[in-house]
Design a binder for this molecule. Structure first.
Ligand SMILES: Nc1ncnc2c1ncn2[C@@H]1O[C@H](COP(=O)(O)OP(=O)(O)O)[C@@H](O)[C@H]1O
Ligand SMILES: N[C@@H](CC(=O)OP(=O)(O)O)C(=O)O
Length: 440
């Protein structure tokens, strides 16, 4: 059995949803289909949750009504068979009734998670109405019955495997199984989620749990490109990546893939394919254990980075200083991305500023602290690039006229990261495209 995950952009329009069904029809093996919410829905639900949290119920109601209209139009365009349409209409009404009820209840984080779950619940149920209409035999496997996370928000792969196997056993005769991405139950049994973009994570967890032949991530582009196509004009798809290379790119901003989705596939040796829903014959990107070639594969950028510099005379010839610095970040559960040190200063970066004030206050006990907001990490990724002199030369030749704030080299043989102020990001991506790939 294979896993096929379709993202928000692949289900965002009725004709695309129809296209998914036609793709399923061509599969030579059974498929477990993971769907995201229609594009824009989760953002809209986040806004509605924020409105309710701020007790602005009037705006929340307006936003709920606008989303409701979107779904009414969507199912009208998707379904022609009256029976399937009536079924979809009842589903849409049921979920929007729920949102209206929530408007009357006092806000809590648990309630917010219920709001956020509506997108994937709606998309999968509506898709199943379309499968009814075209006479496809399928089963809907509710993610809330098998996808669980523990008290540390880590997926419980063992119990996911057991529960999912039981559900699959009940539907052995079906060639199409549908489930929701993103949503899960937490250790308290409440509805929760795998964080924004988490449907990719669902797909790779599910693939690991059922030992799938492949985990296909279907989106609106023909694979992982060598540079960010939203910023750089001339980019091209990469045919093959190792899991390590893909992890670096996903973590450092290549939005096509959620960073957490790498480890389950890597650990259970499930190949991952990134494919284009609207161009299903395009090669896409294959991600497997080993890199098929060396050299630079791609450049990616991660925004909203905070650079923190701690300067202290006490570092001179002292040991234990970095431990004290790290302990502060550990205390506030804030991961560090990049780090560079000199004899009198440590510079590091974080992307989660939730506890920044407290972190700075505690670091001030160790030295003078400076924080620069609005920084971007640009990373260059490729198998063993650190060992290739020619690549290093090209890289540093490409960054002319751009003030580089930090460089991280050697942490992994596959990644060289540069920190720049956000205003230089686009220029740097373009210059690297020219310098590293000869594309302008
Ligand atoms: N290096 C990259 N290669 C391919 N796509 C990228 C890259 N960096 C950013 N993207 C963006 O990722 C988008 C796909 O991700 P996303 O919007 O999350 O899709 P989905 O809705 O299918 O989950 C593409 O449209 C593309 O603009
Ligand atoms: N709908 C969720 C989960 C998700 O993964 O979406 P997408 O596959 O469209 O990135 C979100 O927007 O965060």
């Amino acid at each position: 059995m294979k896993v096929m995950k379709f993202g928000g952009t692949s289900v965002g329009k009725p004709e695309r949803m129809k296209h998914i069904a036609s793709l399923l029809n061509k599969q030579s093996e059974p498929a477990l289909v993971v769907l995201s919410a229609l594009s824009g829905t989760t953002n809209a639900l986040v806004t509605i949750g924020n409105n309710i949290a701020a007790n602005d119920r009037h705006t929340a109601l307006q936003n709920i009504n606008a989303l409701h209209e979107h779904y009414k139009t969507y199912i009208r365009e998707l379904l022609t068979d009256e029976k399937a349409y009536e079924k979809a209409k009842n589903i849409v009404e049921e979920h929007f009734d729920f949102l209206h009820i929530i408007l009357k209840i006092s806000f809590s984080e648990a309630l917010n998670k219920d709001i956020l779950a509506q997108g994937e619940l709606l998309s999968t149920k509506i898709f199943c109405c379309y499968l009814d209409e075209i006479g496809e035999s399928y089963a809907l496997l509710p993610a809330l019955e098998f996808m669980t996370i523990d008290e540390n928000e880590e997926p419980q792969l063992g119990s996911i495997r057991t529960r999912l196997s039981n559900l699959l056993e009940q539907h052995k005769d079906k060639r199409v199984l549908v489930t929701q991405g993103y949503i899960c139950r937490n250790a308290r049994g409440e509805v929760d989620n795998l964080k924004r973009g988490g449907s990719d994570y669902t797909a790779s967890l599910v693939a690991a749990a059922i030992n799938a032949s492949v985990c296909e991530i279907w989106t609106d582009i023909d694979g992982m490109h060598n540079n960010d196509p939203r910023i750089v004009n001339k980019t091209f798809p990469i045919e093959q990546l190792s899991f390590d290379e893909a992890a670096e790119l996903a973590y450092f901003g290549a939005k096509i893939l959620h960073p957490a989705s790498i480890w389950p596939a890597q650990q259970y040796k499930i190949p991952v394919k990134l494919l284009n829903t609207m161009q299903p014959d395009a090669k896409g990107t294959l991600i497997t254990g080993e890199a098929a070639s060396s050299g630079v594969k791609a450049v990616a950028a991660k925004d909203n980075i905070y650079a923190i510099k701690i300067r202290s005379g006490r570092m001179l010839l002292a040991y234990g200083f970095l431990r004290k610095v790290f302990e502060v970040f550990e205390k506030y559960k804030t991961p560090i991305d990049m780090i560079t040190t000199s004899e009198v200063a440590v510079s590091l970066t974080i992307d989660n500023a939730e506890h920044l004030k407290h972190i700075v206050k505690e670091l001030e006990a160790l030295g003078t602290v400076e924080v620069d907001e609005n920084q971007t990490i640009v990373c260059v990724v490729g198998h063993n690039i650190n060992e290739t002199e020619e690549i290093i030369k090209k890289l540093f030749g490409s960054i002319k006229n751009i003030p580089i704030r930090m460089v991280s080299y050697g942490g992994s043989p596959h990644n060289i990261s540069l920190l720049v102020a956000a205003e230089y990001k686009n220029q740097l991506l373009q210059q690297l495209n020219r310098g590293m790939f000869g594309l302008s």
